[in-house]
Write a protein that binds this ligand. Structure first.
Ligand SMILES: Cc1cc2nc3c(=O)[nH]c(=O)nc-3n(C[C@H](O)[C@H](O)[C@H](O)COP(=O)(O)OP(=O)(O)OC[C@H]3O[C@@H](n4cnc5c(N)ncnc54)[C@H](O)[C@@H]3O)c2cc1C
Length: 337
């Protein structure tokens, strides 16, 4: 039985794996370097209480008139998505568009697609080299033995594709390299603040866009945003920095960055109690500011055996962009098998 490897357990990789189910008789594996599913749709747990969670990347998904409705309907019917009912100050409402949150955390969307895929999912599998070996792809990772695959699908941010070693370096031709190199991403930090049960956060909004602070762009009372207020679970707060702050502090000491963000947060929301634990996440590749040109959804790097790459870098940084890429990847893989 042929083996297909999807690199990346984010929204693109998981939905692509789900789309491949049933379409092929091949065995699909998903590898991700992280310790869990989600990628930039990540949900973090408090170090002190696993029930207290916060979405550190994507906050909500927006369905527009042009969206592929069936994906939203499926997620809504399984309770994975629910309409956003909380108040978000500064959210620009577009006509005909609808916003959804994931009550169990945004990573539950990715986990849902991984379950649907029936794929073998492996975490802490950091791909380093991709090399041709006897008509197959030999994929090496940081720890563990290399494995052979008939098809490899890369759904990692574009700059990370360009960091891979092995034959892939020479397989990417000069034109493709230029196209891939021209993609760009913003950078941001996210802070997750986790509180003890009973902590009170008295603000009249569930989330708020900030327009006049050099450091902070967005604050969310995450449990309120997801409409899951419970007396048994401590509240959580998420802070996203501005892109300028993210860029300027990309290589700064994380502890100093965390302190800086916390001091700006205190000036913006002085009534916030002290958090029981804090997590600082650097998003070096946060959102796509310029997608790979002339490659809608994916780029074929090698045909026989197939090596293909996709992700939001080939569309745009939202739910629809990832699904569009996943559909394009799955269609190409099917036509090659
Ligand atoms: C701060 C922030 C806020 C956002 N807000 C929103 C929002 O409100 N709404 C919205 O729709 N979108 C939002 N987005 C964008 C959205 O999160 C992304 O577009 C989407 O998650 C991208 O999914 P992906 O699967 O293409 O990539 P990723 O989620 O980046 O997945 C790629 C995966 O590949 C893994 N990986 C990378 N390199 C390797 C390797 N060498 N070996 C193995 N694994 C590897 C990574 O660990 C990761 O899990 C936001 C993003 C950020 C960062």
């Amino acid at each position: 039985m042929a083996r297909v490897l999807v690199v990346g357990a984010g929204l693109t990789g998981s939905s692509c794996a789900a789309l491949l189910r049933g379409a092929t008789r091949e065995r699909v594996s998903v590898w991700d370097k992280a310790r869990g599913a989600g990628g930039r749709m990540s949900t973090s747990r408090s170090a002190r209480d696993a029930a207290c969670t916060a979405d550190l990347g994507a906050q909500y998904v927006s369905r527009s008139a042009g969206s592929r409705g069936s994906f939203y309907e499926e997620l809504l019917s399984h309770g994975i998505l629910k309409p956003l009912s909380a108040r978000i100050e500064g959210l620009v409402e577009k006509e005909g568009s609808c916003d959804y949150v994931a009550p169990q955390g945004i990573s539950s969307v990715v986990k849902y697609f991984l379950r649907q895929s029936g794929a073998d999912v492996f975490y802490e599998h950091h791909v380093t080299h991709i090399t041709l070996r006897d008509g197959k792809w030999e994929v090496s990772r940081k720890m563990g033995s290399p494995e052979l695959f008939d098809v490899v699908i890369l759904t990692i941010p574009v700059p990370q594709i360009l960091q891979l070693q092995g034959d892939i370096v020479n397989i990417i031709n000069e034109r493709q390299k230029q196209q891939l190199e021209s993609a760009s991403y913003s950078s941001r930090y996210a802070l997750g603040l986790f509180y003890e049960v009973g902590a009170r956060i008295d603000v009249p909004w569930a989330a708020k866009y900030i327009t006049d602070n050099p450091c902070i762009r967005f604050i969310s009372i995450d449990n309120k945003k997801r409409n899951i207020d419970s007396p048994e679970i401590g509240p959580s707060v998420v802070v996203h920095t501005t892109v300028t702050f993210g860029r300027e502090h990309l290589d700064s000491d994380p502890a100093e960055v965390q302190q800086l963000i916390l001091s700006h947060l205190e000036s913006l929301v002085p009534s916030l109690p002290k958090a029981a634990s804090v997590k600082c996440q650097k998003w070096r590749y946060s959102q796509v500011t310029k997608a790979v040109p002339n490659c809608p959804g994916q780029m074929i790097l090698h045909t026989q055996p197939l090596l293909i790459c996709g992700g939001d870098g080939f569309t745009c940084s939202n739910f629809d962009g990832c699904i569009e890429s996943a559909m394009s990847l799955a269609e190409t893989v099917r036509s090659h098998l």
